[in-house]
Design a protein around this ligand. Sequence first.
Ligand code: ASC
Length: 151
Amino acid sequence: MKLKAALFCSAAVLFGAAASAAEPTPAERAVGYRQGVFHAIAWNFGPMAGMVKGEIPFDAKAFALRAERVAFLSTLPLEGFIPNSRVGKTDAKPEIWENMDDFRAKMQTFETEAGKLAEVAKTASSVDAVKAQFGKVGQACKDCHDKYKED
Ligand code: ASC
């Protein structure tokens, strides 16, 4: 009887562990979602930064495509900042949830500036045409990170 109980308990523990590994909580899924979006933003932002800094030759078509992607992606992360989702490995500071209106406004600025960059990039034939607006997008990233991102 004791052995049966012990086996049952270990099985329950194992199944419990497997279930928690396979099925993240809503908060964990929200963290994964917003981090995925931010990674996709950084992936596309990087080559534009390289062009603006003169490290990569300016390619108008590639720049415009990446700007368009960032403009779209900028509209996504806010949805992932659900209540009580500061869990696991996250750089999100608690201040986000304490100042949600300000955080939302900063995200809106990012969306607006990223949208303008996509517009400007459509007709830009040189890096000089996108430099100023690219700077505004980078500043929007930084303004939010300074206040709401760890490190
Ligand atoms: C990036 C990245 C950031 C921003 C920021 C812009 O590519 O990972 O955090 O740009 O440096 O100011």
